[in-house]
Design a protein around this ligand. Structure first.
Ligand SMILES: *Cc1c(COP(=O)(O)O)cnc(C)c1O
Length: 668
């Protein structure tokens, strides 16, 4: 048939190709037969039928994934049987196969890629804010993606768009009275960094209206606490604002929160610059990743009102990076006196103080929320929320496209960064909020704090270990482990305060000791070995948790304190888990003492592509920029007197002498 097919076939030609039941006939060309095979196996039927094999195929995939797990009492912290490092060396050889692959084989291949993946459902999985996703949210992802929903507009996402609008309303409920559910609105986007980008773009459009047509033609400043997330770099860089235009605001010694005095000085400096420069945004952080510092947004709002931008520029926008801290908002109605969930008094006090600080969020113009962080939802489930959606729309709307008509009144595609956009994240967040309810979120969030308290109590029982973020209100416990026999409290006090050559050397050695213990833990986790009945836990360390008290201005790159880290987001963590953690750290310590070089992971990781060094910007030398940007902090952090700020970069003609000597003089 293929050989005698006419040049431009008529309709009858195609009709002859298919039988009455829609199947290709024997004489049909190969493409029609191959396509028919795929149609029946590769796609779900459009009609209701008892022959639908898909539910079984999903069940098969889930069962195969289940096979990758291990029995409860003999369960390493990874899936599958290959603990070794992944081998990326062959990836560039990949090609598309010639013929289709049967579904079961594709499932096998997919499951193979999960082999060795850290098992986030395992209680000893505690490396970072990486919670295991809840069932409702996983199912939401699948259900949304079962269809071709597209959250670009109501016409394509239909009622799924409600998930976006209703999630915004449910969260706004916690931000009232400062915000109103009738005027606030939210858009799901690609992560907390995406929210940050949205926040800064909103600021740019609001403060410098001309920027949308003419581009960024002004040295507008972005203020962010020194402890704020490095998304400040991504956002200023990608928006063309320039990384030199974000200004790190000093943090308070005791709370790690934005120092309002320093913030005021920077506002003043922007005003005094010649010509005066607008402040685009103050990016507040509601819970930094490690120290869980919550910036004083009310005070920031007062400064924004006190320092209006120069004529021609609108008021500075306040953005709250609440990607981690938002999950304390559902404590809004919690009765901290009656304490119905019966948290211990230390924990309920922490929660209340945290909630009171977080509630300052109502002074923000826009907020970012990660459900994949403290909402136990899959990646990536993030919502950018604005207090005044109409203002946002007015500023950010673009003309629509000829191929899209507004069939429903909800058309976020006219003002989102994305064009096509999945409704799955919105559905996942919406389902999670319903599934957990306020009480569920309260018990999970409070539960992490209770369990962290348990770990802290266990650490306190160990003479040679010290918790170094005891005063923090967050989810993470940071601690240092010393050689057996060392009094950890005394040693740590010395390291923090004594500015002598000998003490510094000791600090350096003990930092290396933390690193070696962490490396030993990593090697243990990744070689799949069982020691004293335990598989290696998955934890990490931070190499820039805080500076020493005498190194406030970061002049000394060795004057920083490393810490081991436990981020017990997993809700199956219990006291036994934490006892095992302590035991594991002791085992790792003994290994370091007998052999300071951990067994390398059995296969060295091969680089599929080249390695590059990032360029550095600004007057700071690259090294100090790196350290300060990576500090994850607790009390006593950085006061960079000679820091890069409006004062240093823009007031070149005034006080240049002072600028020249800034860092050196202060350090000596
Ligand atoms: C994780 C994090 C971000 C970045 O969010 P992603 O969802 O990873 O893009 C921003 N700010 C803070 C405080 C964070 O912890």
């Amino acid at each position: 048939m293929a050989s005698d097919s006419p040049d431009r076939p008529n309709a009858q030609f195609y009709k002859d190709m298919f039988k009455n039941n829609g199947r290709p006939s024997t004489a049909s060309p190969m493409w029609a037969k191959a396509r028919a095979n795929l149609m029946e196996s590769a796609f779900v039927p459009y009609e209701s039928t008892t022959q639908d094999t898909f539910p079984d195929e999903v069940a098969l995939a889930l069962r195969r994934l289940g096979d990758m797990k291990h029995p409860k009492y003999d369960c390493p912290v990874y899936l599958g049987v290959t603990p070794e490092m992944p081998d990326y060396s062959e990836v560039t050889k990949a090609v598309v196969p010639d013929a289709p692959t049967p579904l079961v084989s594709v499932i096998e291949d997919m499951v193979e890629l999960l082999d060795g993946l850290p098992n986030s459902s395992h209680p000893l999985h505690q490396p970072n804010v990486l919670p295991n996703p809840n069932k409702a949210a996983i199912i939401a992802n699948m259900l949304a993606n079962y269809t071709s929903q597209n959250a670009i507009e109501g016409e394509y996402a239909w009622n799924l768009s409600k998930a976006e609008m209703e999630t915004a309303a449910m969260i706004t409920d916690f931000i009232t009275p400062g915000w109103s559910k009738d005027t606030a609105g939210g858009m799901f986007t690609y992560g907390g960094s995406g929210c940050y980008l949205y926040g800064l773009k909103y600021a740019l459009a609001h403060v410098v209206g001309s920027s949308r047509c003419e581009g960024v033609r002004v040295e507008g400043k972005v203020f962010c606490s020194q402890q704020g997330h490095y998304a400040k770099m991504n956002a200023t860089d990608w928006l063309g604002i320039g990384m030199n235009n974000y200004v790190d605001i000093d943090c308070m010694d005791d709370t790690n929160t934005m120092d309002l005095e320093d913030l005021e000085q920077e506002f003043q400096a922007a005003r005094d610059a010649d010509p005066p420069v607008p402040v685009l945004a103050v990016m507040c952080t509601m819970g930094t990743t490690d120290a869980f510092a919550i910036d004083p947004v009310k005070g920031v709002r007062e400064l924004v009102s006190k320092y209006p931008n120069p004529p021609g520029y609108n008021e500075t926008i306040i953005y709250c990076d609440a990607v981690i801290g938002w999950s304390f908002l559902p404590f809004r109605d919690y009765d901290f006196v009656e304490n119905p969930l019966q948290f211990c008094s230390a924990v309920v006090k922490k929660i209340e103080e945290t909630y009171v600080q977080i509630s300052d969020i109502q002074f923000a113009d826009a907020v970012g929320i990660d459900f994949h962080k403290t909402g136990w939802a899959p990646y990536t489930t993030s919502m950018f929320l604005v207090r005044d959606l109409d203002n946002y729309k007015k500023l950010m709307s673009r003309p629509g496209s000829a191929y899209l008509q507004a069939r429903t009144p909800y058309n976020p595609g006219l003002y989102t960064l994305e064009v096509s956009r999945s409704a799955a994240p919105a559905l996942a967040a919406w389902s999670t909020l319903k599934y957990f309810g306020k009480q569920g979120i309260q018990s999970i969030v409070g539960g992490v704090l209770e369990i962290s308290q348990c770990l802290r109590a266990l650490i306190a029982e160990e003479e040679s270990m010290v918790c170094v973020n005891d005063t923090d209100y967050g989810f993470v416990t940071l601690f240092r482990v010393y050689k057996e026999g060392v009094n950890a409290n005394e040693q740590y006090e010395k390291e923090r305060t004594v500015d002598s050559k000998e003490a510094k050397l000791q600090l350096y050695r003990n930092n290396q000791y933390q690193k070696k213990i962490a490396d030993q833990m990593w090697a243990w986790f990744r070689n799949g070995e069982k020691i004293e009945g335990l598989y290696g836990p998955y934890t990490t360390y931070t190499s820039g948790f805080r500076t020493t008290d005498y190194n406030d201005n970061m002049g000394d790159q060795y004057g920083v304190i490393y810490a081991l880290k436990s981020y017990p987001m997993n809700i199956s963590v219990n006291p036994t888990t934490m006892e095992n953690m302590i035991k594991a750290f002791k085992i790792a310590r003994a290994k370091v003492d007998s052999d300071p070089f951990p067994d390398p992971p059995s296969k060295p990781i091969a680089q599929p592509y080249g390695d590059v060094e990032p360029p550095s910007c600004g007057p700071d030398d690259a090294n100090s920029l790196k350290i300060t940007s990576m500090l994850s902090g607790v009390p006593g952090v950085v006061k960079r007197k000679g820091k890069r700020g409006v004062a240093n970069s823009d007031r070149k003609d005034s006080g240049s002498k002072k600028e020249g000597c800034s860092c050196k003089c202060e350090c000596d």
